[in-house]
Every structure is written in C-alpha cells, then in structure tokens.
Write a new protein. Structure first.
Length: 135
C-alpha cells in the first residue's frame, strides 16, 4: 500500500475519503485479494475495531507497479476536526490485505498510516507487517 492521500481537509459534518494504492510488485497474480480498512481520529492506532472495518469482495490483482486505487470513507463527526488539530492526535488509517498466490499459499499484510495536521502522512510505529500468514 502506498500513495496515501486525503481528498480534502476534514470538516465536521462531512465525509472525507482516504485514497490508497494497492500494488502487486510480484511476478504472479494475487488471487482472492481482499482488504478491509478502518479510519479513526485518535492518539493511537490501538482503538481500531476490525469488525467495523469496510471489507471488499475478492478480486485478482495482476502484477503492476502502478497498482489499483481504493478508498476508505470517514464521516467527520462534530468536534473531530478540532480534535485533529490537537497536538498528539492524528487521522489513523489501518488496512488489512489478504491474498493467495498461485500455489494456494495465503498471505496477509497490515498497514497503518497516520495523517498529522501540518506534517502530512507517515507510517505508524506499530501495525505494519508483511506476509504474516505466509507458507
């Protein structure tokens, strides 16, 4: 996952889209690719509740360094935009991707990124792993 972009500044009562790019940098297709994404405004990424994350239907992702774009919507609740401007808070995005390779081996990758006002995007200190369920 790369190229994380926020489509607009978060304003209370509106929905923002976090745009992400999923690229298959391997040599073979990823089969049954699924991702679930969760977005929160918080001081930590530990508050993500995966059972409320948006999940996708499985797709095939062919090798392509440009990747496929997907988005994670977030409704900015009253008070959220002020909270986002509070030191120590950020807009956290957690994405969990699973896929199978051509040998029916299951793989899992987890990504965590945080948007901080005045700084931009960065990766979280924890919550990033590649191939956690590999064969």
């Amino acid at each position: 996952v790369s190229g994380i972009v926020l489509n607009k500044d978060p304003v209370d009562g509106s929905t923002v889209d976090v745009l992400l790019t999923l690229a298959n940098t391997g040599r073979t297709p990823g089969i049954n690719v699924r991702h679930e994404t969760s977005v929160i405004i918080s001081q930590t990424n530990d508050q993500v509740v995966w059972n409320t994350a948006d999940a996708t239907n499985p797709i095939v992702v062919f090798p392509d360094p440009k990747g496929l774009g997907f988005h994670a919507p977030y409704f900015v609740k009253p008070g959220d935009s002020a909270l986002l401007h509070t030191p120590g808070y950020g807009l956290f995005v957690r994405a969990n991707m699973t896929y199978e390779d051509i040998f029916n081996c299951r793989h899992r990758t987890e990504v965590c990124a945080v948007y901080t006002v005045g700084v931009g995007w960065g990766y979280c200190e924890k919550g990033n792993s590649v191939d956690r369920d590999g064969c």
